[in-house]
Design a protein around this ligand. Sequence first.
Ligand SMILES: C[S@@+](CC[C@H](N)C(=O)[O-])C[C@H]1O[C@@H](n2cnc3c(N)ncnc32)[C@H](O)[C@@H]1O
Length: 242
Amino acid sequence: MDWHARFLQQANWTSELRTYLFQRTGLANAGRVLEVGCGTGAILSSIRTKTLHGLDLRFASLMEARVHAPAATLTCGDAVRLPYADGSFDITFCHFLLLWVKDPLQALSEMKRITVPDGHILALAEPDYDARVDKPTELSALGRWQAESLRRQGADPSLGGRLADLFYRAGIELVETGAIAGRADEAFTSEEWELEWTVLEHDLAGVVSLEEVQRMKELDAGARARGERILHVPTYFAWGRA
Ligand SMILES: C[S@@+](CC[C@H](N)C(=O)[O-])C[C@H]1O[C@@H](n2cnc3c(N)ncnc32)[C@H](O)[C@@H]1O
């Protein structure tokens, strides 16, 4: 599985939102910017700012991020115990991170602590897989299976729906929050479709049989060819001030 390719695909889904929020928060001229849970550097590689930092739990991902985002200072660490002094950053953000963190409230509290008072905190993309929409209905099991798989992997697949509440509870003053705009019937290129299925096959291994996965893949291909396929995972963002 090429995770960097997957992260670039996900980054593409949020590119309009990032352009908007990074402009509103003045990221290009901000002094110190941190991405918590930066993974392989898919987002960091697209940012031009004075001082850029990335942190991730997985050392192997950071080795990749070093290649993709050579301008960033990278640190191996845990989002729930950020190894930075209070008020170290002007903008602290994350992207598809909080669903994976055991204690997302603690992670947000840490993001607030290390951000300067009145600095910006952004959670750019947190999905709610429990509300995933799959049409035609024969494909609706896919969403349930993927949510189950994410739970087994230790993630909270419905975190997105609780994002704004978590900001409030972490004492972060909400400026803007909502669902990321996306068209449910947006056509995938064949490459994107294959990547989507590689992720699904990875996620569903051990949850359902290979035959069942293969059957769904064929149903999906058929529905797409007839223009009947709808796939929508509501995904939320929140922007707040420390
Ligand atoms: C879905 S990936 C997203 C990576 C990157 N933000 C992006 O959008 O391309 C989630 C990342 O969060 C990291 N992660 C999970 N739990 C973490 C934690 N407690 N502290 C720091 N990083 C964590 C994972 O190692 C992984 O790289």
